[in-house]
Write a protein that binds this ligand. Structure first.
Ligand code: DOR
Ligand code: ZN
Length: 430
């Protein structure tokens, strides 16, 4: 293992799951070795006026490798991640080939180890994400995969989903679901409502998502499986999850930044930058997602970072692929929309972006309290810095950013992964 010089982070507001204090952190050999005042190290990172937090953890990143390396690679996605303050990401399996067996898992993890971020991967629930036959989850689990999903689509067949839950819970694994009932969403390209009617575009109803949330809550009750709901977008979904939690079920759920910042009205110009699955919903859905994040019934903020080539996003709205970038903007969007909107505190946003997602994914090296002995996976955020999102900078190989021109608050200044300063003053170091 490469030894990095001892690093001291000086004078920050240290925020973690236990609360806030001020002080320095000394890092040596990849770990926090001291927390206190007047600490010294070879490398000095000035955190004056900044928040020092456990690194962010993204439960939902499309890194596109293998298969679509012109839009993102594991290396480029990892660079985008650390610029956004993430020290760990969970890759989605809808690559070509699908991440549905040990060989592909091994390839992704190997590329991840050479990258600047700690890259974990999901495995597919079904072979080729085709929804017909269970994938060999045990052989992927043996390589450390803990979360399985067919993301990009939901598992349609009730019986197969039941079997997947039985198989996964026997192995202590978590299933994550992209909730979308195909028979209600096929042929649609946006949310069904006033705007789809106005624009003459076929819409998918909220019920396309909610029916699958309902089914999976019922199947989780039947099987005892751990289920995580991905990118929840509707008021109804948020209510179903809150009700399941109130009954004591151990379901978890995430929301994506675009679902608490943008609505279906953004599709007005037929610009496919705003096309995403699940689709941008109504203003009242957006409010419900914010409230559910604030209440904790939605546990985590996950990016659904989905790079696409410019020529694909320039296709007509109904033909363009769904998805938008997120890794480099998520934290600033959360501070701007949720903290400045009065819904959440900075510490609550960090909980939803660091320690709660780390717990959901079983990533023990991330989201830990800032105490002696834990791996040094940290980020330093300047909460007062305002900046305007543009589509020219950034580390992603794609440019499908729906927030161009938006002024936001909160900038990641430094990111430290296993003791290595991989982002310094907003620049990736390797
Ligand atoms: O908008 C989306 N893009 N939703 C998905 O489920 C898949 C993703 C992608 O891979 O582009
Ligand atoms: Zn998805």
């Amino acid at each position: 293992m490469i030894r990095h010089p001892d690093t001291v982070i000086k004078g920050g507001r240290l925020i973690d799951a236990s609360g806030e204090q001020s002080g320095d952190i000394l890092i040596s050999d990849g770990h926090i070795v001291a927390v206190g005042q007047d600490l010294q190290g070879e490398i000095l990172i000035d955190a004056g006026g900044c928040i020092v937090s456990p690194g962010l953890v993204d439960l939902h990143a499309h890194l596109r490798q293998p298969g679509k390396e012109e839009t993102e690679t594991i290396a480029s996605g990892a660079r985008a991640a650390v610029l956004g303050g993430y020290t760990a990401v969970l890759a989605m399996p809808n690559t070509t080939p699908t991440i549905d067996c040990a060989a592909v898992v091994r390839e992704v993890l190997e590329l991840g180890r050479a990258s600047v971020c700690d890259v974990h991967t999901t495995g597919a629930i079904t072979v080729g994400r085709a929804g017909e036959q269970l994938a060999p989850m045990a052989e992927m689990a043996a390589l450390g995969v803990k979360v399985f999903t067919d993301d990009g689509t939901g598992v349609q067949d009730d019986r197969l989903m039941r079997r997947a839950m039985e198989y996964a819970s026997g192995l202590g694994l978590t299933l994550a679901q992209h909730c979308e009932v195909n028979s209600l969403s096929e042929g649609t390209c946006m949310h069904e409502g006033e705007w789809s009617a106005r624009l003459g575009l076929p819409g998918q109803p909220s019920e396309s998502e909610e029916l699958m949330v309902m089914r999976d809550i019922a199947l989780a009750r039947l099987t005892g499986a751990k289920i995580h709901f991905q990118h929840m977008s509707t008021a109804g979904s948020a209510a179903l999850i809150a009700a399941a939690k109130a009954k004591g079920m151990s379901v978890t759920a995430e929301a994506a930044p675009h679902h608490f910042t943008l609505t279906d009205a953004c599709c007005e110009q037929y610009d496919a930058t705003f096309k995403v699955h699940p689709p941008l919903r109504s203003q009242s859905d957006l409010e419900a997602i914010k409230n559910a994040l604030a209440a904790g019934s939605l546990d985590a903020i996950a990016t659904d970072h989905a790079p696409h080539a410019a020529e694909d996003k320039e296709l007509p709205f109904d033909q363009a692929p769904p998805g938008m970038l997120g890794l480099e903007y998520a934290l600033a969007l959360a501070f701007s929309e949720l903290v400045d909107g009065g819904e959440m505190t900075e510490a609550e946003v960090l909980a939803a972006m660091s320690w709660r997602p780390a717990a959901i994914a079983g990533m023990d090296n991330h989201g830990q309290r800032l105490v002696v002995g834990v791996p040094a996976n940290l980020c330093v955020i300047d909460p007062s810095q305002r900046w305007v999102i543009d589509a020219t900078g950034g580390a992603s190989l794609s440019r499908n950013v729906p927030y161009v021109g938006k002024e936001v608050r909160g900038k990641v200044r430094h990111t430290i992964v296993f003791g290595e300063v991989v982002v310094r003053d907003g620049e990736v170091q390797r």
